[in-house]
Design a protein around this ligand. Structure first.
Ligand SMILES: [Zn+2]
Length: 98
């Protein structure tokens, strides 16, 4: 799914800032692959969304043959397609602090 060509806001309803990151996980059923989006987030809410996305994924049951990678952080650039998103593994540790 391509990102819409207009600015998107952080998914937190009371936030109002522009989303700069997408939290998504690569999903596959062995035939097709797609990026499952959990949230769009501004920099401030990123850790929070990452924790929630991991919780959400932990509750997700997979059918036989399906694989789902842990949620990752991707940079959002307007009008960019999922395949072109830049992953930011350096930011994925921010939710790991105790
Ligand atoms: Zn936010």
């Amino acid at each position: 799914m391509p990102m819409p060509p207009y600015p998107v806001c952080c998914y937190r309803p009371d936030c109002g800032r522009l989303a700069v990151y997408k939290i998504a996980a690569r999903w596959s059923d062995g035939v097709t692959h797609e990026l499952k989006t959990y949230a769009l987030s501004c920099a401030e809410c990123l850790a929070d969304w990452l924790v929630r996305s991991r919780d959400k994924q932990a509750a997700c049951r997979l059918a036989l043959g399906e694989t789902l990678e842990p949620p990752g952080v991707y940079e959002i650039l307007r009008g960019q397609r999922d395949q072109q998103l830049t992953r930011r593994p350096d930011l994925e540790g921010i939710a790991d602090a105790p």
